[in-house]
Design a protein around this ligand. Structure first.
Ligand SMILES: [Zn+2]
Length: 147
């Protein structure tokens, strides 16, 4: 049940959070889900942080961006396998808001802690369950593969 991505994508994902610091960054991960639950990321789609009320500790991906990413993925034979965002000066742990707003079961939610503008820990949480009653985040292994 690991999340696999190339070193290049991993670096890009983390760099995005450094660029938007002290605001949060967010984006969509396109890839493939294998039997058994492992996810492989093939492409990242950056999303604008549309939340203007408190962009430093909340993120939101606009529905139109989600649809666009889904369409881009479909054209390339890829699905949405997860989402990523950054936590400026906060640990790479999901917040209650992150949990409340997570609805894509079987998808990975990646969080990178950005401390004083530098990417530190990156964690991935798999959203398991089938509905609001039994959903859960499980820390999953991030595997860096070659190109
Ligand atoms: Zn968060």
């Amino acid at each position: 049940m690991s999340l696999q991505l190339s070193q290049t994508l991993y670096d890009q994902l983390r760099a995005h959070g450094e660029e938007t610091y002290p605001q949060e960054c967010c984006g969509i991960m396109l890839g493939k889900a294998a039997e058994g639950g492992s996810l492989t990321v093939h492409r990242l789609v950056r999303a604008g942080n549309t939340r203007t009320d408190s962009a430093h500790n909340r993120y939101h991906i606009a529905p139109i961006e989600l649809v666009k990413a889904q369409r881009e993925g479909r054209a390339a034979g890829l699905d949405i396998v997860g989402f990523y965002h950054s936590h400026p000066d906060h640990p790479a742990q999901w917040s209650s808001t992150d949990f409340a707003e997570a609805h894509w079961f079987g998808c990975a939610y990646v969080i990178t802690a950005i401390a004083k503008g530098h990417a530190e820990i990156t964690n991935s949480f798999l959203l398991s369950g089938s509905g609001e009653d039994d959903k859960a985040f499980t820390l999953q292994t991030v595997t860096l593969a070659g190109e």
